[in-house]
Ligand binder design. Structure first.
Ligand SMILES: *Cc1c(COP(=O)(O)O)cnc(C)c1O
Ligand SMILES: [Zn+2]
Length: 416
């Protein structure tokens, strides 16, 4: 059973069938999946969801997949950790970390790819393709292998080693392009029109792909006992995730699973690629593209497809958007690891450092229930930390060496 009523242009409202379509023929606006929320409200409950699998597929009635068997590696239902030690350091009250490092390929992209390839397979596609800053590549290659589909993945040539290895190991075709992500993306737009028989995750099936990000909102609300947070802090690359997290909370209110209450949505970017934060700060109405230069490669999209919608979502919700330097990103990674035992990739460092900045500036408040999205695992970007963390000491295998190297305060359990 499906509650999808079709696709609808976000700008002019024209309707389209649920095929591999992503832009409106009339106004070039992006297409959105539309659902029959009254029927969903009548048939979906907290109990029916709780009876589902412990993955994103427990929310399938709010996903655009009809009865298709999911392409499933177990994405989603990741931990939501109460983060009191981090909250204390930042001067915040009720703080939670949504830990998407726990996904099958180590990033939130498994949510969107699981949905996109499920729909692609249902539509009859045999080839899954994408342009990626790294995490999408990992996830498309893995889920295509799982689905028995061919994968063709295009990445910038200078990605982190772990992300290249983690893509290539699944046996698909991986093409490194000499250029930035924005160059790769332009090439993919050309390839997509040459090869309409490929499911291009971030082109012709993007409408379905982006719906997967709503599951972050669904899980957060369910894990908070069907209460909404007051404020969520979300990293921005294309801006899709941020926009869809807001849509997800809106849908839960529409179908009566949470009370309709205002939720502030704030965006996090790296200063070396901050087109949305820059527009937010200047009050601009358009996003000016930038040339990315930051260690947060998974967020390095200089010309974000959904940047304007993300900015609009942030402004309407009363949230903020800020950017942090690469040094602050590394501080954010170490702070989260030290206080909460969660090792995030550079994108997670961006979120935590931005949260710290917004907390210090009073834009994230002590009286709010705050959720910060940590979207990728630290092992993906270990080189970012090289030279900054390592052994406390290197010693010979003797007690004397150990005692000389490790002080009494540590031996006595004094915390840092
Ligand atoms: C892709 C990605 C994001 C942001 O995704 P968009 O929807 O493009 O804004 C955030 N964090 C990580 C780790 C990612 O890989
Ligand atoms: Zn239109």
């Amino acid at each position: 059973m499906s509650f999808v009523t079709g696709l609808r242009c976000r700008e002019c409202g024209r309707r389209y069938p649920t095929e591999a379509l992503h832009v409106c023929d009339f106004c070039f606006g992006p297409l959105e999946v539309d659902y029959d929320y009254e029927r969903i409200a009548a048939s979906v409950s907290a109990a029916s969801i709780a009876a589902g699998p412990r993955t994103i597929w427990r929310y399938r009635d709010l996903l655009p997949v009809d009865d298709a068997t999911p392409v499933d590696l177990g994405a989603g239902f990741t931990p939501l950790h109460r983060a009191d030690r981090l909250a204390a350091e930042l001067g915040l009250g009720e703080l939670w970390i949504k830990d998407d490092t726990a996904n099958p390929t180590g990033s939130f992209k498994d949510r969107v790819v699981s949905v996109a390839l499920t729909k692609a397979r249902q539509l009859g596609f045999k080839v899954a393709a994408c342009a990626s800053t790294g995490n999408l590549a990992n996830s498309v290659a893995a889920h295509a292998a799982r689905a028995g589909m061919t994968s063709i993945v295009l990445i910038p040539h200078d990605l982190e080693e772990a992300k290249v290895t983690m893509t290539a190991v699944y046996g698909g075709t991986v093409v490194a392009v000499r250029g930035s992500y924005d160059d790769v993306n332009r090439l993919c737009a050309e390839l997509a029109s040459e090869h309409p028989s490929w499911a291009f995750v971030n082109v012709n099936v993007r409408t379905y792909y982006s719906e997967g990000s709503k599951t972050l909102a669904f899980e957060i609300a369910e894990q908070l006992d069907w209460r909404a947070p007051d404020h969520v802090v979300v990293p921005i690359a294309s801006g899709s995730q941020l926009t869809k997290v807001a849509k997800g909370f809106g849908e839960l209110a529409k179908v009566g699973l949470i009370d309709p209450s205002p939720i502030r949505v704030s965006g996090a970017q790296a200063a070396g690629c901050a087109p949305v934060a820059t527009a937010f700060a200047s009050g601009a109405d358009a996003i000016a593209p930038v040339k990315p230069k930051t260690i947060a490669k998974s967020l390095s999209i200089g010309n974000p497809a959904d940047g304007w919608y993300a900015l609009d979502t942030i402004r309407r919700s009363g949230g903020a958007c800020a950017a942090v330097t690469d040094d602050e990103v590394l501080d954010g990674i170490r702070l989260l690891a030290r206080t909460e035992g969660i090792f995030a990739e550079t994108a997670g460092g961006v979120t935590i450092a931005t949260l710290a900045k917004l907390a210090a500036g009073g834009q994230v408040r002590r009286d709010e229930r705050v959720v910060a999205l940590v979207t990728g695992h630290g092992l993906k970007t270990v080189e970012a930390l090289s030279g900054t963390v390592g052994p406390t000491a290197t010693i010979g295998p003797t007690l004397a060496d150990f005692d000389a190297a490790v002080g009494d305060d540590v031996s006595n359990g004094a915390s840092r």
